[in-house]
Design a protein around this ligand. Structure first.
Ligand code: IPE
Ligand code: IPE
Ligand code: MG
Ligand code: MG
Ligand code: MG
Length: 330
């Protein structure tokens, strides 16, 4: 197992992001609302979206810290989406602690999500860019949240759809996950003063690694454990999620294994051993390996977009970021 150097090199940057992020909650007066809003930000998280924004700003020829407000706005949107996602997915653990709704209740999860969502737009307005660029950043952020909601709706719709194709899955993941990574890279490129060509290429880089990232998240749901992952495992099976892994397995499986997989999929009260058995079937038929290969291919494709990055050190940094997306343990 190779431990990537990637996140460690960015400790100082993450620290700055965290300070800005936590300070951005200070405006909230109500103690309960503020605690619910800060619940996930304070619990940790990899800060990948703000990191990508700062790295794209550098890659486009600018300073990395100029992208911090925009990166923090993305992180706030991301955290808001996690609060609501955990309600939708009925998950009780995230970042190693109890989820917002299982701590404060569903009404508080709805409300703190709303407040985080709005706060992101206030924070992005702190960006030190000219008005034309600022309007673009706000537009990128708004569009990302709208598409994220579309993707999340598709994710839920697919739970009760029998036939979901791999291209349906890719579209759903593009919306629910990749759009935010693409926004991070595009926004960073704008803030860094990149050319249109650089902006488009970096946005495409973010999109492709974002797709790989979500496929890998689906793999970890099956191959990781709660302690390492910080969130429940095997719940994608319990919820009947149509991951690329499940879609591939349903194409390949026949006989009793197929029947057994189908009976566990979406069975809310399944026993742990039924979920483990379904996982073993997915493993045996090669569907998990298949997904890891697709994720690797997406990352490989993404790296081609880095031609537009002139500075070799910045290109290398983004390339390592891309690898981390599909090698991370949590
Ligand atoms: C989790 O995102 C949600 C998905 C899109 C799969 P992250 O894996 O980036 O979560 P944190 O922010 O590090 O907790
Ligand atoms: C994440 O999908 C999508 C968003 C949060 C928008 P998941 O439902 O797979 O994320 P986790 O696994 O709960 O973090
Ligand atoms: Mg979830
Ligand atoms: Mg979900
Ligand atoms: Mg997941």
């Amino acid at each position: 197992v190779i431990d990537l150097a990637f996140p460690d090199e960015y400790k100082d940057r993450v620290k700055k992001v965290n300070e800005y992020l936590m300070r951005s909650m200070d405006v909230v007066e109500n103690k309960t609302l503020k605690a619910a809003m800060a619940h996930y930000p304070a619990a940790g998280g990899k800060r990948l979206r703000p990191l990508l924004a700062t790295m794209a700003s550098e890659a486009a020829g600018g300073k990395y810290d100029k992208a911090i407000p925009f990166g923090v706005a993305l992180e706030i949107v991301h955290n808001f989406s996690l609060v609501h996602d955990d309600v939708m997915d009925e998950d009780d653990t995230r970042r190693g602690i109890k989820t917002v709704h299982s701590t404060y209740g569903i009404p508080e999860a709805i409300l703190s999500g709303d407040a985080l969502f709005a706060r992101a737009f206030e924070v992005v307005l702190d960006s030190d860019v000219d008005d034309t660029d600022l309007v673009r950043l706000v537009d990128i952020l708004a569009r990302s949240v709208r598409l994220l909601a579309e993707g999340q709706q598709m994710d839920m719709d697919f739970e009760s759809t029998k036939r979901v194709s791999s291209s349906d899955y890719m579209k759903m993941v593009e919306y629910k996950t990749a759009v935010l990574y693409s926004a991070a890279a595009r926004g960073g490129a704008i803030i860094g003063g990149g050319t249109d060509v650089q902006e488009e290429a970096l946005a495409e880089f973010g999109r492709l690694i974002g797709l790989g990232f979500q496929i890998w998240d689906d793999v970890l749901d099956l191959r990781s454990d709660k302690e390492t992952f910080g969130k429940p495992v095997l719940n994608d099976i319990r919820n009947g999620k149509k991951t690329l892994i499940v879609i591939q397995a349903l194409e390949d499986l026949k006989g009793p294994d197929r029947v057994e997989l189908l009976s566990a999929l979406g069975k809310k009260n399944a026993m742990p051993r039924e979920l483990v058995r379904a996982r073993d079937i997915l493993e045996k038929v090669g569907a998990i390996d298949h997904a890891t290969k697709v994720a690797d291919e997406l990352v490989k494709e993404a790296k081609k977009a880095l031609k537009v990055v002139k500075n070799p050190a910045h290109r290398k940094a983004l390339s390592e970021f891309a690898d981390y997306m599909v090698k991370r343990k949590s």
